[in-house]
Design a protein around this ligand. Sequence first.
Ligand SMILES: Cc1cc2nc3c(=O)[nH]c(=O)nc-3n(C[C@H](O)[C@H](O)[C@H](O)COP(=O)(O)O)c2cc1C
Ligand SMILES: O=C(O)C(=O)c1ccccc1
Length: 398
Amino acid sequence: MSHPADAPQPYSDYQNEIYLNGLFGIAPEHPMSFAELAERARHAMPPGVWSYVAGGAGDESTQDANSAAFARWGLVPRMLVGAERRDLSVDLFGRTLPSPLFMAPVGVLGICARDGHGDLATARAAARTGVPMVASTLSADPMEAVAPEFGDTPGYFQLYTPTDRALAESLVHRAEKAGFAGIVVTLDTWISGWRPRDLATANFPQLRGHCLANYTSDPAFRTLRTPGREEDPGDLALTWARIFGKPLTWDDLPWLRSLTTLPLILKGICHPDDARRAKDLGADGVYVSNHGGRQANGGLPALDALPEVVDAVDGLPVLFDSGVRSGADVVKALALGATAVGVGRPYAYGLALDGTDGVVHVLRSLLAEADLVMAVDGYPALADLGPAALRRVCCGGG
Ligand SMILES: Cc1cc2nc3c(=O)[nH]c(=O)nc-3n(C[C@H](O)[C@H](O)[C@H](O)COP(=O)(O)O)c2cc1C
Ligand SMILES: O=C(O)C(=O)c1ccccc1
């Protein structure tokens, strides 16, 4: 439990803090397991927001498989290695981050927070924890208001590429100007997947006008509105729906690449050939994800796609998300080759429960558990975590 006074606090200190509070009769106000976090978020959110955030595509079997996939890997404990101090820092796109954890883009943070400003609250959690936020194109506050809240923590802008090229270019250039450290282009969501929970209630947040501030604040978007109907919320939603998603092809990649000198990361890559091609066309990183099982049901768990993509890109950074629910999951994804590991729903639930403090709690819990797993299992640095740290667990976890 001891460390030099000038060393950064280990992430495991969150555990000490909680037990110490207990000595003074203070019980933690936030949930300590993912199951309880989800349960409490369900009560904290309006029903339509809960089902949108928690739900996925089809019967949600791919969504379930994403988290179940982690149970099929077991970390092999190593003893007597002296893991008293751990180093979770990672180099990503020329910067050193204190940990490999990041917040995946979530396009409804605005309505997850009680005050409607969940994007700002999440950015403040990034500033407090050093955990970067990938800010979605779909945001209740414009990116120029979100970016200053990151403090010293780098932030990334996630682009949903609209059909209108001038608008796409404007969004990217605004992100550069606002100080974002990279552009994450999402490839798997130019159209919405089949989502029974939302269909059953005919509920799609953006069609109700939510989280469109990056569009309404954009001069290129305004030129796409129906003349004379600029004040009509119905026209806003329909204009957005008309231009939201461009089914990008490989032929669009040189254009996308030409838009920015910032690191360009392609999100939704799950096949090694796609990963290789992304690298050849100048992507700075690939991002393995199946969108948390929200887009196409019946797909393989994202974790199972990770090792082949890592092999294929031969040293290019590989970001990963989909199904991460614990610190142990973070460590397993790192051992399978991820450079950085993202969470989506968990921090959105923290946000719904308690704003910035709720997000900070979720991130600190994930990091404390990851740090403790590395301590107990004898892997003091990320460089020690490779495929040899894992064994396939037969038949476990569905
Ligand atoms: C409510 C919700 C909204 C999302 N919105 C976006 C988005 O705007 N852009 C994007 O690239 N991904 C979006 N995603 C996908 C996440 O970035 C991420 O891939 C996914 O949530 C990871 O899975 P997890 O929720 O199991 O951690 C969204 C996910 C959720 C749950
Ligand atoms: O809900 C999502 O996961 C999402 O990112 C999205 C956004 C717009 C249209 C379809 C899906």
